[in-house]
Design a protein around this ligand. Structure first.
Ligand code: HEM
Ligand SMILES: CC(C)=CCC/C(C)=C/CC/C(C)=C/COP(=O)(O)OP(=O)(O)O
Length: 317
């Protein structure tokens, strides 16, 4: 019997409620709410950076609701597509579909409803460009990454990372109706950050991915190679995080803040690379989330600090 099958049977043997015994909490779980929340922070910062003055409350409200609902829909589609795979891995086996609490048809209807509501809100209250780009992220994550790339190549999360990296661009276009170099730079930061973020977790969960037959990098290329990639992509992340200062988009406050974050980020990535502390990959994964939140927080602080000093400058009111 294959290892993957053994795992599936072991999970299936866990006591689980009968199909149909799902509740509203399961509908929330399908949305991956914590991931979506961090994405919304990134989208909000994209909105704020798009202009020196505060964005209109209506754009912020409708924009975040539209992007958030669609991202929730994308996450719910991911649960539907991945339900058999999720059942094979301990980390994901308690999810509503994997644990067979909820019928797939309900989750599919929920995913469709959320996505349509989000996209409709963007078309109706924000702008068509933001709706199209958000639809692109939805397809990129729910279909291209989940249904295809995840099973096809260890570069799955690098390519799929483009979809997850989109929120600051979506926030920016919600306010301006245009794509620009600045929001693309913010996308590049999340894009470069995704491999250290995910491969740190994949190192910790290597055996689960191997048993489930998912070609994640530590499974296909080994742990030492993946640890090196975390270190190298860490440096790439550091390099691209300096670009907002280099092109004059952000100021000294950002530079100081991001240097402090980068130092801690690289300490964790170094520990992952050296491979001597078995707890380092999981700790590095959790730090990566604080890092990306901190980075977008510092971008926001710096932006309003700059805007404030402009307003305060004599002769400019
Ligand atoms: C393709 C790109 C990405 C991949 C493959 C990925 C992968 C993962 C995985 C496997 C988890 C663990 C989830 C769990 O245990 O339920 C996770 C957690 C998380 N990710 Fe990512 N991620 C990606 C992009 C992002 C982005 C763009 C953000 C935010 C900007 C993000 C924020 C988070 C957060 C906040 C968590 C913690 C969730 C929790 O506390 O349950 N991720 N990520
Ligand atoms: C419209 C828009 C902005 C869409 C964004 C879509 C979105 C919610 C991306 C989340 C990224 C993520 C958690 C990937 C992990 O997927 P995984 O399936 O490899 O992880 P899992 O094993 O925990 O399910």
């Amino acid at each position: 019997m294959s290892d993957a099958l053994t795992t599936e049977i072991r999970v299936a043997e866990l006591p689980s409620p009968a199909l149909g015994e799902w509740g509203w909490r399961d509908l929330v779980t399908l949305c991956k709410p914590r991931v979506v929340l961090v994405m919304l922070v990134c989208a909000l910062v994209g909105m704020a950076l798009a202009q020196p003055v505060l964005p209109s409350p209506a754009v912020v409200l409708y924009g975040l609701a539209g992007i958030g609902l669609t991202a929730c829909g994308a996450a719910a589609f991911n649960h539907v597509v991945d339900r058999r795979l999720d059942a094979m891995m301990l980390r994901t086996s308690r999810r509503p579909l994997a644990a067979r609490r909820m019928p797939g048809s309900i989750a599919l209807a929920w995913a469709t409803l959320l996505s349509l509501a989000g996209l409709a809100l963007l078309v109706w209250q924000v702008n068509a460009l933001t709706a199209w780009l958000t639809l692109g992220s939805l397809i990129g994550y729910a279909l291209v990454y989940t249904a295809f790339l995840k099973h096809a190549t260890p570069q799955n999360i690098v390519i799929g990372g483009v979809a997850g990296a989109a929120p600051p661009l979506l926030g920016w276009t919600a306010v301006t109706g245009q794509v620009g170099p600045e929001p693309l730079l913010l996308v590049l930061i999340i894009f470069a950050w995704t491999p250290p973020h995910f491969w740190a977790l994949a190192l910790h969960k290597r055996d689960e991915y191997a048993r489930a037959g998912v070609p994640m990098l530590p499974v296909t290329h080994g742990e030492a190679f993946t640890r090196l990639q975390v270190w190298l992509y860490g440096w790439l992340t550091v390099a691209v995080t300096l670009l907002p200062f280099a092109i004059g988009m952000s100021g000294a406050l950002y530079l100081v803040g991001v240097m402090a974050l980068n130092m801690r980020f690289m300490v964790w990535n170094y520990r992952v690379w050296r491979g001597q502390d078995p707890k380092a990959p999981l700790a590095a994964f959790w730090f990566s989330i604080r890092y990306i939140l901190g980075l977008f927080g510092v971008l926001l602080l710096d932006h309003y600090a700059q805007a404030w000093s402009l307003w305060m400058a004599p002769g400019i009111q």
